[in-house]
Write a protein that binds this ligand. Structure first.
Ligand SMILES: O=c1ccn([C@@H]2O[C@H](COP(=O)(O)O)[C@@H](O)[C@H]2O)c(=O)[nH]1
Length: 303
């Protein structure tokens, strides 16, 4: 997975990942009307609207970006219909050649982790048959339960060429309450960063990067800089650009000297770009494309 991601980043000369975090208030009225006409104002109607919206965004950006990051919570809230829209979004984006980072942030004891892992990045057993269900190329997970809870995901990364982005230093304002605590003389996020680096050692690809990456928020620049030192061969998934206030200058430290090592997410800043007064709702996809081009220029200006 990581070698494919690096190749796509280089081919498109763009370390941007588009976050597919649809909400009904981001979906243009003409799309909602069509979906609600067919299925009513129901979870199925909302999910249909998300899928139509996502397809429009994907069509507009797939030649520009290497990857998309659907956020499962936005879909999951609508139950089975929402999950179906999540799966259909993944299928559609894959057909368009995009790498999928499923933002699912799972974390549980090993037996349960195995079920999450098989469902999302492996295969599930149905008696003597095996079946691929969600089919993300990589997912986000929470390491808080320790290595035995992470191992089932690492096994599937090895067996099925998939990847992980493990939460190390998150972008939210209160992340320091826990992640910055000093443990045996060192901040917890650094300790976790060292562990993630160790876990990823046996999965380093031809690109020199590991299948096991880290989530490192753009909003905490000095911590990100320390993590870059500790974790030279782990790819960073960097949220916090745009809507959360971080700039390209803030996140420059997430990249290695080779100009690689980080992929930067923007969700609202791209998919809701049409809310800017210069666009109409009918231009939602065009606005997303222009936002990606702007972001690419901005990121390249610091690399
Ligand atoms: O530390 C983290 C980890 C994950 N996220 C997720 O990224 C996107 C950010 O959306 P924006 O609209 O660009 O703010 C969202 O899916 C979060 O759940 C994060 O923000 N920070």
């Amino acid at each position: 997975m990581i070698d494919i991601l690096v190749k796509e980043i280089q081919k498109k000369d763009n370390p941007t990942v588009v976050g597919l975090d649809p909400r009904l208030n981001f979906v243009p009225t003409f799309i909602k009307e069509e979906a609600f006409e067919k299925f009513g104002k129901t979870p199925k109607g909302a999910s249909e609207a998300f899928l139509m919206f996502n397809k429009g965004i994907i069509d507009a950006v797939s030649d520009l970006v290497p990857a998309v990051k659907p956020q499962v919570a936005m879909y999951e809230q609508y139950g089975a219909e929402g999950i179906n829209a999540y799966i259909e979004t993944i299928k559609y984006a894959k057909k368009k050649g995009l790498v999928i980072i499923g933002d699912i942030k799972r974390g549980d004891i090993a037996t349960t982790a195995e079920a999450y892992s098989d469902g999302h990045i492996g295969k599930v057993d149905i008696e003597d048959e095996q079946c691929i269900v969600y089919d993300e190329d990589s997912i986000t997970i929470n390491p808080y339960l320790g290595y035995d809870s992470v191992e089932p995901y690492i096994n599937n990364c090895k067996n099925f060429n998939r990847g992980l982005f493990i939460l190390v230093k998150t972008s939210n304002p209160n992340s320091g309450e826990i992640q910055d605590l000093i443990v045996e003389g060192e901040a917890l996020y650094k300790r976790v960063g060292r562990l993630v680096n160790k876990w990823g050692e046996e999965l380093i690809g031809n690109s020199g990067y590991s299948q096991i990456g880290a989530v490192v928020g753009a909003t905490h620049s000095s911590q990100a800089e320390e993590l870059r030192e500790i974790m030279p061969n782990n790819y960073f998934l960097v949220p916090g650009y745009g809507a959360q206030g971080a700039t390209a200058k803030d996140l420059k430290v997430c990249f290695n000297k080779d100009g690689l090592g980080a992929i930067v997410n923007s969700s609202r800043g791209i998919i809701a770009a049409y809310k800017n007064a210069k666009y109409t709702e009918l231009q939602f996809a065009e606005a997303a494309r222009e936002a990606v081009i702007e972001m690419q220029k901005d990121l390249k200006s610091v690399l």
